[in-house]
Design a protein around this ligand. Structure first.
Ligand SMILES: [Zn+2]
Length: 444
């Protein structure tokens, strides 16, 4: 089975791709102007930040970036496309021949290009009396399209791949959660020789379902010696099936022509001036390699927060990997309450506390307590009498313990376990073991 994806991601710009209309409008047809309505005489001008975001992604996928690029008009008629052509890139896209390293497998990226979204159509009314309403707020919203080669081999792998890719994209262009869920994918899938395209599937889950349905459908046809038609299908989310829509058209059917109103852009020069920072998955790989920790651990760390990774690296440098890993874990446990608070001051305090532990100026109990206090957690202060009391209470709950202990010393473990649970990390386990044994030795 071969699967290739055409992934459309909305670029999180403030304004549309070729006009100053805002991208976050609510209420149908409230963010429109002559340009995104395609009125005669209107002129597009390119949103520089959309171009920069696209170039950063082309760099992320290690694409070849051409010296110059331009846009094209893709001509077709549909009511959501007011000017009867979509501005997109046909020849010389902003990136070609890239690669995405997916868990040790190289998925080739054929091209990355920019294009505008058309408007959206909503059908209302009872069956048989439906009306189609069109909203042009989406007309001219910037999209990046990422086209992979058919290097994916099953639907689950395709979902994991897209999920990993979105993790990286999110970091590079500050993708919001909504735009991540609204990612649209055209999936090409062939079980035998002929390829079927399932157009416009929204979201990762639907994509996996559509691909699974299509894999089963094509396999059944082939087993029965029926041909699989080369066609375009759509995914019906409610019935969870793919449905034939039309025979596949070829790119030349669209009659691409160069867009004369926008001109030529020196993208190689622009790309060189952009900074692409280390992405989460690249960092997870580096952390695993550099510190000898498992990739599961390092992926968990980057998925929690890049700030947490900064803390880990700084601790590892000042103490050692084990100490850093252990106390980063403690910080992670409190993460939900402190994620907005891990500012520089807080970070410095965490680091100096762990350093004192590393120099053996404080023990692990003290270190844990001091960190908990930093994070504003309610803590039970350890005290001599506190631990003694907890032990006495545990003895009361286990009246036969002295007798059991005289028969077998291992009976102490029962009491130790209870005291550890009851005092919930206020005392170190060594201290508890010592005290419990002392008390049992003393007898009733
Ligand atoms: Zn506009």
């Amino acid at each position: 089975m071969k699967i290739g994806l055409e992934i459309h991601v909305q670029l999180p710009t403030q304004s549309k791709m070729f006009c100053p209309c805002p991208t976050g409008a609510v209420g149908p047809n409230t963010a429109v102007c002559p340009t995104c309505l395609g009125m005669p005489g209107s002129r597009p001008s390119l949103n520089r930040s959309a171009l920069e975001m696209g170039l950063k992604l082309a760099q992320l996928f290690k694409c070849r970036i051409p010296e110059k690029t331009w846009f094209s008009r893709k001509t077709y008629f549909y009511p959501d496309l007011a000017k009867h052509f979509q501005i997109t890139q046909f020849d010389n896209p902003i990136g070609e021949n890239g690669v995405f390293d997916f868990r040790g497998k190289s998925i080739r990226i054929r091209r990355v290009h920019l294009e505008e979204d058309p408007g959206s159509i909503k059908r209302v009314g009872r069956p048989g009396q439906e009306l189609s309403l069109v909203d042009y707020n989406r007309s001219g919203i910037p999209l990046v399209e990422i086209v992979t080669e058919p290097d994916l081999s099953d639907p689950t792998e395709a979902r994991q791949f897209l999920s990993d890719m979105l993790t990286e994209i999110r970091h590079i262009i500050n993708l919001t959660e909504e735009s991540e869920q609204s990612v649209r994918v055209d999936c090409n899938i062939s079980v035998g020789k002929e390829r079927v395209e399932v157009k416009n599937v929204t979201g990762l889950k639907n994509m996996e379902r559509a691909l699974k349905f299509e894999a089963v459908r094509q396999s059944k046809l082939l087993r029965a010696h029926h041909p699989v038609l080369r066609e375009t299908r759509r995914y019906d989310e409610e019935r969870r099936v793919t449905v034939a829509t039309r025979k596949k058209e070829f790119e030349e059917d669209y009659g691409y022509i160069g867009e004369p109103d926008l001109g030529v852009f020196n993208v190689l020069e622009i790309a060189a001036s952009l900074e692409v920072t280390e992405t989460p998955l690249a960092r997870a790989k580096r952390l695993a390699r550099q510190y000898g920790i498992s990739e599961t651990t390092s992926r968990q760390m980057v998925n929690t927060s890049m700030k947490l990774c900064d803390l880990f690296e700084e601790l590892a440098e000042r103490t050692d990997t084990d100490t850093a890993l252990r106390w980063t874990g403690t910080v992670t446990a409190s993460w939900s309450s402190i994620k907005n608070m891990l500012d520089e001051e807080m970070r410095d305090s965490v680091i100096s506390t762990v350093e004192r532990f590393h120099r053996q100026e404080i023990n692990d109990t003290e270190c844990r307590l001091q960190l908990a206090k930093l994070f504003g957690e309610k803590v039970q202060e350890p005290s001599e009498t506190g631990l003694d009391e907890a032990i006495e209470q545990a003895i009361e709950r286990n009246p036969g313990i002295f007798e059991d202990y005289t028969k077998n010393e291992r009976a102490a473990n029962r009491l130790i376990g209870e005291v550890i649970r009851e005092t919930a990390g206020t005392y170190s386990s060594q201290e508890i073991v010592l005290k419990v044994r002392e008390r049992l030795e003393r007898g009733r």
